[in-house]
Design a protein around this ligand. Structure first.
Ligand code: SIN
Length: 292
């Protein structure tokens, strides 16, 4: 018998799961209950878990195959390529900045992440929260006419569009990042492959323009969608405690890491990333070049 208890922590999304110890080998029934609660609540919080890297990876694998992060060596754990280092400092002591605009993980790739599982080892005394937004609700709140306009549209997601990247990297570096990570088109109205529900899939950090429209034409529409998506009623805000593990569904939720803590305060987190289904495609020019 599974002892899992799920308590909603916000009306839009986000629930806490009680009665599980993720360090243990969970029964199929327990994993099925967690998966069901995840699809329903988009974000699940497990408190007081204090997992090792191995336990974090083992639990994540129960939910599906994992990405490895060797392509970003600065953030990849040297012994566990499944673990992404989400810390605010480098071993050199240099400050790092990650995820500080609304986004959905790996939306700039053809196969964006299905889900992410972030575990907290050290949190600043105050600040450094992560906020999550329900993108089903963002889609459903639009009028039928506005939805019809966006229904079959695609939008370009570009890794170099992130504010921190654009402002801190040289033009040469941006060209190199774009060459290694070519921007991809993603559907604006994305149908979730498990629930069948439609979610709005545009993100402040990565979405540049709609296919067939210039950036200037797209900007007012995108700005409206970004602002409208993250209204208070669509959001859950997570205050981290060491030992927390939070998992979210990137297909229908966006998130942002808040930068409201001191430069000398440590925030040490580790993330695993669940592989998703392909949803993106390269722009036509790149597709034909790749075929040659
Ligand atoms: C992420 O964007 O995956 C990390 C979020 C966070 O650091 O809170």
């Amino acid at each position: 018998m599974s002892n899992v208890v799920v308590k909603k922590r916000s009306s839009a999304l986000g629930a806490e799961v009680l009665g599980v110890d993720l360090r243990e080998e969970l029964s199929e029934e327990t994993v099925a209950r967690i998966r069901e609660a995840w699809l329903e609540n988009l974000v699940l919080v497990f408190r007081d878990q204090h997992l090792t890297h191995e336990q974090h990876i083992a639990f994540s694998r129960r939910l599906g195959p994992l990405e490895t992060h060797e392509s970003i060596p600065k953030f990849c754990h040297p012994d566990h390529p499944e673990i992404l280092l989400v810390t605010n400092y480098e071993n050199t002591g240099k400050k790092l900045v990650v995820g500080r605009q609304w986004h959905s993980d790996l939306s700039t790739t053809r196969r964006p992440a299905k889900g992410s599982l972030l575990r907290c080892e050290e949190a600043p005394p105050a600040g450094g929260d992560t906020m999550f937004c329900n993108m089903y609700r963002a889609w459903e709140a639009l009028s039928p006419a506005y939805r019809a306009m966006l229904q079959d549209r695609w939008a370009l997601h570009d890794m170099t569009h992130a504010r921190e990247t654009r402002t801190r990297r040289s033009p040469e570096e941006l060209v190199d990042i774009r060459r290694r990570n070519p921007p991809v088109y993603q559907p604006v109205a994305r149908v979730h492959d498990e629930t069948g529900r439609t979610a709005l899939y545009v993100a402040e950090m990565t979405t540049v323009a709609f296919e067939g429209m210039s950036e200037a034409e797209s900007r007012p529409i995108l700005d409206y969608l970004f602002d409208r998506s993250v209204v208070y009623e669509n959001v859950y805000r997570h205050r981290w405690r060491p030992g927390d593990l939070v998992m979210w569904d990137n297909r229908c939720a966006m998130h942002i890491a808040l930068a409201d803590y001191g430069d000398d305060e440590r925030r040490v987190m580790y993330r695993t990333t669940l592989q998703g289904e392909p949803s993106g495609r390269l722009p036509e020019a790149e597709t034909s070049a790749a075929a040659e």
